[in-house]
Write a protein of this length. Structure first.
Length: 475
Protein backbone atom coordinates (compact mmCIF):
# COMPACT_ATOMS: atom_id res chain seq x y z
CA UNK A 1 0.00 0.00 0.00
CA UNK A 2 2.90 2.36 0.68
CA UNK A 3 4.20 1.95 -2.89
CA UNK A 4 0.70 2.63 -4.26
CA UNK A 5 0.47 5.75 -2.10
CA UNK A 6 3.85 7.01 -3.31
CA UNK A 7 2.85 6.27 -6.91
CA UNK A 8 -0.49 8.11 -6.76
CA UNK A 9 0.96 11.10 -4.91
CA UNK A 10 4.40 11.08 -6.49
CA UNK A 11 6.27 12.01 -9.63
CA UNK A 12 5.57 8.93 -11.80
CA UNK A 13 1.80 9.31 -11.88
CA UNK A 14 1.78 12.41 -14.16
CA UNK A 15 4.01 10.56 -16.65
CA UNK A 16 1.53 7.70 -16.84
CA UNK A 17 -1.42 10.08 -17.03
CA UNK A 18 0.10 11.77 -20.05
CA UNK A 19 -0.33 8.64 -22.18
CA UNK A 20 -3.92 7.98 -21.11
CA UNK A 21 -5.62 11.07 -22.68
CA UNK A 22 -3.54 10.66 -25.83
CA UNK A 23 -4.72 7.07 -26.32
CA UNK A 24 -8.29 7.88 -25.24
CA UNK A 25 -8.41 10.86 -27.56
CA UNK A 26 -7.38 8.70 -30.49
CA UNK A 27 -10.14 6.19 -29.72
CA UNK A 28 -12.78 8.90 -29.35
CA UNK A 29 -11.79 10.50 -32.61
CA UNK A 30 -11.97 7.16 -34.40
CA UNK A 31 -15.42 6.39 -32.99
CA UNK A 32 -17.23 9.71 -32.80
CA UNK A 33 -15.46 12.06 -35.18
CA UNK A 34 -14.67 10.13 -38.37
CA UNK A 35 -14.60 13.34 -40.39
CA UNK A 36 -11.73 14.66 -38.34
CA UNK A 37 -9.87 11.38 -38.29
CA UNK A 38 -8.04 11.98 -41.55
CA UNK A 39 -6.65 15.46 -40.67
CA UNK A 40 -5.80 14.30 -37.13
CA UNK A 41 -4.01 11.28 -38.57
CA UNK A 42 -2.08 13.62 -40.85
CA UNK A 43 -1.02 15.76 -37.88
CA UNK A 44 0.03 12.61 -36.03
CA UNK A 45 2.16 11.43 -38.96
CA UNK A 46 3.81 14.85 -39.27
CA UNK A 47 4.53 14.80 -35.54
CA UNK A 48 5.98 11.29 -35.80
CA UNK A 49 8.10 12.34 -38.79
CA UNK A 50 9.56 15.25 -36.80
CA UNK A 51 10.35 12.90 -33.90
CA UNK A 52 11.91 10.44 -36.38
CA UNK A 53 14.23 13.19 -37.66
CA UNK A 54 15.18 14.10 -34.07
CA UNK A 55 15.99 10.46 -33.29
CA UNK A 56 17.85 9.79 -36.54
CA UNK A 57 20.06 12.88 -36.20
CA UNK A 58 20.76 12.33 -32.49
CA UNK A 59 23.91 10.97 -30.89
CA UNK A 60 22.61 7.59 -29.72
CA UNK A 61 24.04 4.21 -30.59
CA UNK A 62 22.65 2.76 -33.84
CA UNK A 63 20.91 0.01 -31.83
CA UNK A 64 19.17 2.63 -29.71
CA UNK A 65 18.05 4.64 -32.74
CA UNK A 66 16.55 1.54 -34.35
CA UNK A 67 14.53 0.73 -31.24
CA UNK A 68 13.14 4.26 -30.98
CA UNK A 69 12.25 4.40 -34.67
CA UNK A 70 10.29 1.15 -34.29
CA UNK A 71 8.26 2.79 -31.53
CA UNK A 72 6.97 5.32 -34.06
CA UNK A 73 4.72 2.67 -35.56
CA UNK A 74 2.51 3.21 -32.48
CA UNK A 75 0.20 6.18 -33.17
CA UNK A 76 0.83 9.20 -30.93
CA UNK A 77 2.06 7.25 -27.92
CA UNK A 78 5.05 5.87 -29.84
CA UNK A 79 6.36 9.35 -30.64
CA UNK A 80 5.83 10.49 -27.05
CA UNK A 81 7.67 7.42 -25.73
CA UNK A 82 10.54 8.04 -28.15
CA UNK A 83 10.87 11.56 -26.74
CA UNK A 84 10.74 10.30 -23.14
CA UNK A 85 13.59 7.91 -23.93
CA UNK A 86 15.64 10.62 -25.60
CA UNK A 87 19.27 11.19 -24.69
CA UNK A 88 20.04 14.87 -23.99
CA UNK A 89 22.62 16.49 -26.23
CA UNK A 90 24.97 17.07 -23.30
CA UNK A 91 24.96 13.31 -22.66
CA UNK A 92 26.00 12.38 -26.21
CA UNK A 93 28.56 9.60 -26.33
CA UNK A 94 31.72 9.45 -28.36
CA UNK A 95 32.42 5.94 -29.63
CA UNK A 96 35.77 4.27 -30.30
CA UNK A 97 37.48 6.54 -27.81
CA UNK A 98 39.97 4.07 -26.36
CA UNK A 99 43.35 5.81 -26.27
CA UNK A 100 46.32 4.29 -28.02
CA UNK A 101 48.23 2.69 -25.15
CA UNK A 102 50.63 0.63 -27.18
CA UNK A 103 51.63 -2.79 -25.88
CA UNK A 104 51.75 -1.99 -22.17
CA UNK A 105 50.64 -4.68 -19.67
CA UNK A 106 46.90 -5.00 -19.06
CA UNK A 107 46.92 -3.33 -15.66
CA UNK A 108 48.88 -0.33 -16.92
CA UNK A 109 46.63 -0.02 -19.95
CA UNK A 110 43.46 -0.12 -17.89
CA UNK A 111 44.79 2.29 -15.27
CA UNK A 112 45.83 4.74 -17.99
CA UNK A 113 42.39 4.41 -19.62
CA UNK A 114 40.70 5.08 -16.27
CA UNK A 115 42.76 8.16 -15.51
CA UNK A 116 42.33 9.60 -18.98
CA UNK A 117 38.57 9.17 -19.16
CA UNK A 118 37.55 9.88 -15.56
CA UNK A 119 40.27 12.27 -14.44
CA UNK A 120 40.63 10.11 -11.31
CA UNK A 121 44.06 8.50 -10.90
CA UNK A 122 44.40 4.85 -9.82
CA UNK A 123 45.32 4.29 -6.21
CA UNK A 124 46.49 1.67 -3.75
CA UNK A 125 44.35 0.32 -0.93
CA UNK A 126 45.44 -0.94 2.46
CA UNK A 127 42.86 -3.75 2.43
CA UNK A 128 40.05 -4.90 0.14
CA UNK A 129 37.22 -7.16 1.37
CA UNK A 130 34.77 -9.02 -0.86
CA UNK A 131 31.20 -9.68 0.28
CA UNK A 132 29.44 -12.57 -1.52
CA UNK A 133 26.05 -11.65 0.00
CA UNK A 134 24.38 -8.45 1.10
CA UNK A 135 24.03 -9.52 4.74
CA UNK A 136 27.81 -9.49 5.22
CA UNK A 137 28.11 -6.09 3.60
CA UNK A 138 25.30 -4.76 5.86
CA UNK A 139 27.13 -5.76 9.04
CA UNK A 140 30.40 -4.19 7.91
CA UNK A 141 28.74 -1.02 6.60
CA UNK A 142 26.80 -0.32 9.81
CA UNK A 143 29.94 -0.92 11.89
CA UNK A 144 31.88 1.61 9.79
CA UNK A 145 29.02 4.11 9.96
CA UNK A 146 28.95 3.92 13.76
CA UNK A 147 32.67 4.70 13.88
CA UNK A 148 32.61 7.60 11.40
CA UNK A 149 34.47 10.71 12.63
CA UNK A 150 34.66 13.07 9.65
CA UNK A 151 32.42 12.23 6.69
CA UNK A 152 29.68 9.94 5.48
CA UNK A 153 28.81 10.17 1.78
CA UNK A 154 26.12 7.83 0.45
CA UNK A 155 24.99 7.61 -3.19
CA UNK A 156 22.38 4.96 -4.00
CA UNK A 157 19.86 4.20 -6.71
CA UNK A 158 17.30 2.78 -4.27
CA UNK A 159 16.67 3.76 -0.68
CA UNK A 160 13.64 2.01 0.84
CA UNK A 161 12.20 2.26 4.31
CA UNK A 162 12.65 -0.94 6.30
CA UNK A 163 15.18 -2.74 8.50
CA UNK A 164 18.26 -1.84 6.41
CA UNK A 165 17.52 1.82 5.89
CA UNK A 166 16.02 2.16 9.37
CA UNK A 167 19.28 1.03 10.99
CA UNK A 168 21.40 3.19 8.68
CA UNK A 169 19.18 6.25 9.20
CA UNK A 170 19.39 5.90 12.99
CA UNK A 171 23.18 5.90 12.77
CA UNK A 172 23.24 8.82 10.33
CA UNK A 173 21.17 10.94 12.72
CA UNK A 174 23.55 10.15 15.59
CA UNK A 175 26.66 10.91 13.53
CA UNK A 176 25.18 14.14 12.15
CA UNK A 177 24.39 15.26 15.70
CA UNK A 178 28.02 14.52 16.59
CA UNK A 179 29.26 16.90 13.88
CA UNK A 180 30.05 14.39 11.11
CA UNK A 181 29.49 15.66 7.55
CA UNK A 182 26.58 13.42 6.46
CA UNK A 183 25.29 13.60 2.87
CA UNK A 184 22.98 11.38 0.82
CA UNK A 185 22.26 11.28 -2.91
CA UNK A 186 19.39 9.07 -4.05
CA UNK A 187 17.89 8.61 -7.49
CA UNK A 188 14.46 10.20 -7.79
CA UNK A 189 13.16 7.59 -10.23
CA UNK A 190 14.66 4.64 -8.34
CA UNK A 191 13.01 5.87 -5.13
CA UNK A 192 9.73 6.99 -6.69
CA UNK A 193 7.85 4.09 -5.05
CA UNK A 194 9.93 3.85 -1.87
CA UNK A 195 10.33 7.43 -0.62
CA UNK A 196 7.98 10.44 -0.49
CA UNK A 197 8.66 13.31 -2.86
CA UNK A 198 9.67 15.70 -0.06
CA UNK A 199 12.15 13.32 1.58
CA UNK A 200 15.04 15.76 1.15
CA UNK A 201 13.33 18.19 3.53
CA UNK A 202 12.49 15.37 5.94
CA UNK A 203 16.16 14.41 6.15
CA UNK A 204 17.28 18.04 6.46
CA UNK A 205 15.22 18.29 9.64
CA UNK A 206 17.40 15.48 11.05
CA UNK A 207 20.66 17.25 10.17
CA UNK A 208 21.29 15.12 7.08
CA UNK A 209 21.96 16.91 3.83
CA UNK A 210 20.34 15.12 0.90
CA UNK A 211 19.78 15.58 -2.83
CA UNK A 212 17.56 13.73 -5.29
CA UNK A 213 19.25 12.98 -8.60
CA UNK A 214 17.27 13.52 -11.81
CA UNK A 215 13.94 14.78 -10.49
CA UNK A 216 11.24 13.01 -12.49
CA UNK A 217 9.82 15.62 -14.83
CA UNK A 218 8.19 15.08 -18.23
CA UNK A 219 10.37 17.68 -19.93
CA UNK A 220 13.57 15.90 -18.84
CA UNK A 221 12.74 12.40 -20.01
CA UNK A 222 13.31 9.26 -17.95
CA UNK A 223 16.64 7.89 -19.17
CA UNK A 224 19.33 9.70 -17.15
CA UNK A 225 19.50 7.84 -13.85
CA UNK A 226 22.05 7.54 -11.02
CA UNK A 227 22.41 3.77 -10.68
CA UNK A 228 25.46 3.87 -8.40
CA UNK A 229 25.82 2.08 -5.06
CA UNK A 230 28.55 4.04 -3.33
CA UNK A 231 29.48 4.80 0.27
CA UNK A 232 32.44 6.80 1.55
CA UNK A 233 33.01 6.68 5.31
CA UNK A 234 36.20 8.43 6.44
CA UNK A 235 38.95 6.29 4.82
CA UNK A 236 36.66 3.43 3.71
CA UNK A 237 34.63 3.06 0.50
CA UNK A 238 31.95 0.56 -0.53
CA UNK A 239 30.78 -0.26 -4.05
CA UNK A 240 28.93 -3.08 -5.79
CA UNK A 241 25.32 -4.03 -6.39
CA UNK A 242 23.73 -3.66 -2.94
CA UNK A 243 21.10 -0.93 -2.53
CA UNK A 244 19.77 0.33 0.81
CA UNK A 245 16.68 -1.90 0.81
CA UNK A 246 15.62 -4.98 2.76
CA UNK A 247 15.60 -7.51 -0.09
CA UNK A 248 19.35 -7.00 -0.51
CA UNK A 249 20.07 -8.35 2.99
CA UNK A 250 17.42 -11.08 3.14
CA UNK A 251 15.00 -9.19 5.38
CA UNK A 252 12.38 -9.27 2.62
CA UNK A 253 11.95 -12.32 0.38
CA UNK A 254 10.71 -11.14 -3.00
CA UNK A 255 12.27 -13.49 -5.55
CA UNK A 256 13.81 -16.31 -3.56
CA UNK A 257 17.37 -15.89 -2.28
CA UNK A 258 18.78 -12.52 -3.32
CA UNK A 259 22.38 -12.98 -4.42
CA UNK A 260 24.52 -9.84 -4.54
CA UNK A 261 28.15 -8.79 -4.18
CA UNK A 262 30.04 -5.77 -2.86
CA UNK A 263 33.53 -4.52 -2.02
CA UNK A 264 34.91 -2.71 1.00
CA UNK A 265 38.08 -0.76 0.21
CA UNK A 266 40.13 0.75 3.04
CA UNK A 267 42.76 3.37 2.28
CA UNK A 268 43.50 5.24 -0.92
CA UNK A 269 39.83 6.06 -1.51
CA UNK A 270 40.15 9.78 -2.37
CA UNK A 271 38.85 9.05 -5.89
CA UNK A 272 35.56 7.73 -4.47
CA UNK A 273 35.16 10.87 -2.38
CA UNK A 274 35.85 13.11 -5.37
CA UNK A 275 33.36 11.16 -7.51
CA UNK A 276 30.62 11.67 -4.94
CA UNK A 277 31.38 15.38 -4.53
CA UNK A 278 31.30 15.95 -8.29
CA UNK A 279 27.72 14.69 -8.36
CA UNK A 280 26.83 16.56 -5.19
CA UNK A 281 28.13 19.87 -6.54
CA UNK A 282 26.19 19.35 -9.79
CA UNK A 283 22.99 18.89 -7.79
CA UNK A 284 23.64 21.52 -5.10
CA UNK A 285 26.23 24.01 -6.38
CA UNK A 286 25.31 26.57 -3.72
CA UNK A 287 26.70 24.26 -1.03
CA UNK A 288 30.24 24.56 -2.31
CA UNK A 289 32.78 21.80 -1.80
CA UNK A 290 34.47 20.76 1.46
CA UNK A 291 38.23 20.92 1.84
CA UNK A 292 39.87 17.91 0.15
CA UNK A 293 40.77 15.05 2.47
CA UNK A 294 43.56 12.63 1.72
CA UNK A 295 43.31 8.94 2.47
CA UNK A 296 46.37 6.85 3.45
CA UNK A 297 47.45 4.49 0.68
CA UNK A 298 48.48 0.85 0.90
CA UNK A 299 49.94 -1.74 -1.46
CA UNK A 300 46.91 -3.13 -3.38
CA UNK A 301 46.49 -1.39 -6.78
CA UNK A 302 42.95 -0.58 -7.88
CA UNK A 303 41.16 1.79 -10.23
CA UNK A 304 37.76 3.39 -9.85
CA UNK A 305 35.73 2.86 -13.03
CA UNK A 306 32.83 5.27 -13.29
CA UNK A 307 30.50 6.87 -15.80
CA UNK A 308 28.19 9.83 -15.31
CA UNK A 309 24.70 10.06 -16.70
CA UNK A 310 25.89 13.10 -18.67
CA UNK A 311 29.23 11.58 -19.72
CA UNK A 312 30.31 12.25 -23.29
CA UNK A 313 32.70 9.30 -23.11
CA UNK A 314 31.84 5.98 -21.47
CA UNK A 315 34.72 4.16 -19.84
CA UNK A 316 33.09 0.86 -18.91
CA UNK A 317 32.44 -0.53 -22.42
CA UNK A 318 36.05 0.30 -23.30
CA UNK A 319 37.43 -1.20 -20.08
CA UNK A 320 35.30 -4.32 -20.51
CA UNK A 321 36.48 -4.78 -24.08
CA UNK A 322 40.08 -4.37 -22.90
CA UNK A 323 39.66 -7.00 -20.18
CA UNK A 324 37.95 -9.49 -22.47
CA UNK A 325 40.59 -9.10 -25.16
CA UNK A 326 43.42 -9.79 -22.66
CA UNK A 327 41.87 -12.87 -21.03
CA UNK A 328 44.07 -15.93 -21.47
CA UNK A 329 42.19 -18.82 -19.85
CA UNK A 330 38.79 -17.98 -18.36
CA UNK A 331 36.15 -15.27 -18.03
CA UNK A 332 33.50 -15.60 -15.30
CA UNK A 333 30.69 -13.10 -14.98
CA UNK A 334 27.58 -12.40 -12.86
CA UNK A 335 24.85 -10.16 -14.32
CA UNK A 336 21.14 -9.79 -13.52
CA UNK A 337 20.25 -8.31 -16.92
CA UNK A 338 21.73 -9.19 -20.28
CA UNK A 339 21.43 -7.19 -23.50
CA UNK A 340 24.77 -6.61 -25.16
CA UNK A 341 25.77 -4.42 -28.11
CA UNK A 342 27.23 -6.18 -31.12
CA UNK A 343 30.79 -5.13 -30.25
CA UNK A 344 30.80 -6.90 -26.87
CA UNK A 345 28.98 -9.92 -28.27
CA UNK A 346 31.80 -10.23 -30.79
CA UNK A 347 34.40 -10.06 -27.98
CA UNK A 348 32.73 -12.88 -26.05
CA UNK A 349 32.24 -14.93 -29.20
CA UNK A 350 35.89 -14.50 -30.09
CA UNK A 351 37.04 -15.52 -26.59
CA UNK A 352 34.89 -18.67 -26.67
CA UNK A 353 36.05 -19.50 -30.20
CA UNK A 354 39.66 -19.21 -29.03
CA UNK A 355 39.04 -21.94 -26.47
CA UNK A 356 38.68 -19.80 -23.35
CA UNK A 357 36.36 -20.93 -20.57
CA UNK A 358 33.66 -18.24 -20.78
CA UNK A 359 30.78 -18.50 -18.33
CA UNK A 360 27.89 -16.21 -17.39
CA UNK A 361 25.35 -16.62 -14.59
CA UNK A 362 21.95 -14.87 -14.78
CA UNK A 363 18.89 -15.07 -12.49
CA UNK A 364 16.41 -17.95 -12.54
CA UNK A 365 13.61 -16.08 -10.76
CA UNK A 366 13.05 -12.71 -12.49
CA UNK A 367 12.29 -9.39 -10.84
CA UNK A 368 10.99 -7.95 -14.13
CA UNK A 369 9.45 -10.55 -16.43
CA UNK A 370 9.71 -8.57 -19.66
CA UNK A 371 13.39 -7.81 -19.09
CA UNK A 372 14.00 -11.43 -18.06
CA UNK A 373 12.50 -12.59 -21.35
CA UNK A 374 15.08 -10.42 -23.10
CA UNK A 375 17.87 -11.68 -20.83
CA UNK A 376 17.07 -15.28 -21.74
CA UNK A 377 17.02 -14.38 -25.43
CA UNK A 378 20.55 -12.97 -25.20
CA UNK A 379 21.62 -15.95 -23.08
CA UNK A 380 20.57 -18.30 -25.88
CA UNK A 381 22.45 -16.14 -28.36
CA UNK A 382 25.60 -16.39 -26.22
CA UNK A 383 25.20 -20.16 -26.01
CA UNK A 384 25.10 -20.30 -29.81
CA UNK A 385 28.46 -18.48 -29.72
CA UNK A 386 30.03 -21.08 -27.41
CA UNK A 387 29.56 -19.19 -24.12
CA UNK A 388 28.26 -21.27 -21.18
CA UNK A 389 25.25 -19.66 -19.47
CA UNK A 390 23.40 -20.84 -16.38
CA UNK A 391 20.56 -19.53 -14.20
CA UNK A 392 20.88 -19.10 -10.44
CA UNK A 393 18.20 -21.53 -9.25
CA UNK A 394 17.83 -20.42 -5.57
CA UNK A 395 16.45 -17.02 -6.59
CA UNK A 396 17.34 -13.65 -8.07
CA UNK A 397 20.97 -12.89 -8.89
CA UNK A 398 21.60 -9.13 -8.69
CA UNK A 399 25.42 -9.36 -8.53
CA UNK A 400 27.56 -7.52 -11.08
CA UNK A 401 31.02 -9.09 -10.83
CA UNK A 402 33.65 -10.15 -13.34
CA UNK A 403 36.82 -12.16 -12.78
CA UNK A 404 39.51 -12.76 -15.42
CA UNK A 405 41.97 -15.68 -15.20
CA UNK A 406 41.78 -15.68 -11.40
CA UNK A 407 44.00 -12.54 -11.48
CA UNK A 408 41.76 -9.52 -11.96
CA UNK A 409 38.41 -8.77 -10.33
CA UNK A 410 35.80 -6.16 -11.14
CA UNK A 411 32.84 -5.52 -8.80
CA UNK A 412 30.46 -2.74 -9.75
CA UNK A 413 26.93 -1.43 -10.20
CA UNK A 414 27.09 -2.06 -13.99
CA UNK A 415 24.64 -4.51 -15.52
CA UNK A 416 25.54 -5.98 -18.90
CA UNK A 417 22.77 -4.10 -20.65
CA UNK A 418 22.49 -0.98 -22.78
CA UNK A 419 21.27 1.31 -20.00
CA UNK A 420 24.17 0.56 -17.65
CA UNK A 421 26.74 0.53 -20.42
CA UNK A 422 25.69 3.73 -22.20
CA UNK A 423 23.17 5.83 -20.26
CA UNK A 424 23.16 5.65 -16.47
CA UNK A 425 25.61 6.89 -13.84
CA UNK A 426 27.52 3.85 -12.56
CA UNK A 427 30.68 2.98 -10.66
CA UNK A 428 32.83 0.04 -9.63
CA UNK A 429 36.36 -0.97 -8.75
CA UNK A 430 38.92 -2.94 -10.75
CA UNK A 431 41.31 -4.75 -8.39
CA UNK A 432 44.65 -6.15 -9.56
CA UNK A 433 45.08 -8.55 -6.64
CA UNK A 434 45.26 -12.33 -7.15
CA UNK A 435 44.02 -13.40 -3.66
CA UNK A 436 40.94 -11.21 -4.04
CA UNK A 437 40.35 -12.39 -7.61
CA UNK A 438 40.62 -15.99 -6.46
CA UNK A 439 38.03 -15.28 -3.76
CA UNK A 440 35.64 -13.86 -6.35
CA UNK A 441 36.30 -16.85 -8.58
CA UNK A 442 35.56 -19.31 -5.77
CA UNK A 443 32.27 -17.54 -5.13
CA UNK A 444 31.43 -17.76 -8.82
CA UNK A 445 32.15 -21.48 -8.96
CA UNK A 446 29.98 -22.05 -5.88
CA UNK A 447 27.11 -20.22 -7.54
CA UNK A 448 27.75 -22.11 -10.79
CA UNK A 449 27.14 -25.40 -8.98
CA UNK A 450 23.84 -24.02 -7.67
CA UNK A 451 22.75 -22.99 -11.15
CA UNK A 452 21.04 -24.82 -14.01
CA UNK A 453 21.18 -24.54 -17.82
CA UNK A 454 18.96 -21.95 -19.48
CA UNK A 455 15.51 -23.32 -20.16
CA UNK A 456 15.01 -24.70 -23.67
CA UNK A 457 12.24 -23.07 -25.70
CA UNK A 458 10.44 -23.68 -28.96
CA UNK A 459 10.99 -21.83 -32.23
CA UNK A 460 8.07 -19.45 -31.62
CA UNK A 461 9.46 -18.21 -28.29
CA UNK A 462 12.95 -17.90 -29.78
CA UNK A 463 11.49 -15.80 -32.58
CA UNK A 464 9.76 -13.51 -30.10
CA UNK A 465 13.06 -13.16 -28.30
CA UNK A 466 14.82 -12.02 -31.47
CA UNK A 467 12.08 -9.43 -31.99
CA UNK A 468 12.44 -8.25 -28.40
CA UNK A 469 16.16 -7.68 -29.03
CA UNK A 470 15.22 -4.85 -31.35
CA UNK A 471 13.95 -2.93 -28.30
CA UNK A 472 16.82 -3.93 -26.00
CA UNK A 473 18.38 -0.43 -25.93
CA UNK A 474 15.19 0.90 -24.30
CA UNK A 475 15.11 -1.54 -21.37
Amino acid sequence: MRKLHYFLHGRLFPCVLLLVPIAAGGVLLAVFLPRLLAPVALVERVFSFVVAVIVATGHDLPESKAAKLLLLFLPWTGAVLALLFRTPREAARLQNCTPNLGHAPLVDRLFALSERMTGLPPSRAETVSYFPVGQEMFRALTADLKGAKRRIYLEYYIVARGVFWGEVLKILKERAAAGVDVRLIYDDFGCALTLPEDYVRELAACGIRAAAFGRVRLRRGLTRRDHRKLAVIDDVAYCGGVNLADEYIGEKLRFGHWKDTALRIQGGISAFSELFLRTWYALRPSDGLPAPQTSPAGELPFALLCDGADARERIFPEALALLLSHAERRIYCFTPYLSLPASLLARLRGAAAAGLDVRVVIPHIPDKRAVFFLTRAYARLLEECGVQVREYVPGFLHAKSLVIDGKYALVSSYNLDFRSLYVQAECGAFIADMPLAEEVERDFLTVWKQSAPVKKTNAFVRGLGRIAMLFAPLT
